[in-house]
Design a protein. Sequence first.
Length: 284
Amino acid sequence: MKKEPQSVSTQAVARERLVQSITALEAFGTRFAYASNAAEVTRWIADQFIAFGHAENTIHFQPFEMKFGNGHNVLCPADPGRLPGLVLCAHYDSKSELASVQKPNRAAPGADDNATGVAVLLEAARLLRGMELSTNILFAAFGGEEQRLAGSKKCARVAHRENWPIDLVVNLDMLAWQHKSHPNLIRIEHDKGNVVEANDVPSRQAADRMTAIAIQHGLEVERTGIINSDYMPFEKKGYTCIGVYEGGNNPNRHQSSDKLATLNMDHLTRVAQVVVDFLIQEAS
């Protein structure tokens, strides 16, 4: 039996930390998968986990292969002594109309896609650090999402091979661009008959629970299917997956114009609180 959900009323999501994280990630100039600063990006993410109290020796730089090179995921377990039962993930790599394999260091700031997801991932790791949870959470920053989901494919293969007892994967990808007609809108994604149809019902039920929390926070919710992001390799391995995505089609997606100035951080703060509250409810 699950314990009564714990409150984070005294540990609310910090808007300024979200801003700081996105600012720092954008400041790399590019996080294109083949850029020369790739190791600096993953080291920065790991350093944030460490700054929040996670032990350095528990953070894993998981290698993976891409068509034109290699990369690393950054994996941080809430409790290093247990296998994960819940995965919270976001991809840190970016792309733009300027960056390419031939010119990998061209500008690809990726503020919305997907510094926003990484910022929420880091904030959740900060707030949940040291909290007693019945289900262990893995905070996973994946690389190579824009390169055919290379990083999450590797992690899903390892999870399946090692029999990780994952009940749910929650993917965060593009969270802070607002739809002009529906400024409070977010999309909560669930499985709708992809590879493992048996996951559809538990996925929809998890999305129902997150939807209820989002509505409590004054957000409008549109329900859509999971598609083309880091949950897909996990779904193919039989894991239940949901996702959070913004309520609109950001015109700056995959452009060098994808910058913090185009985003609404008050909106992102509410979305982040929904994610944190949901994690606590699911893992307590």
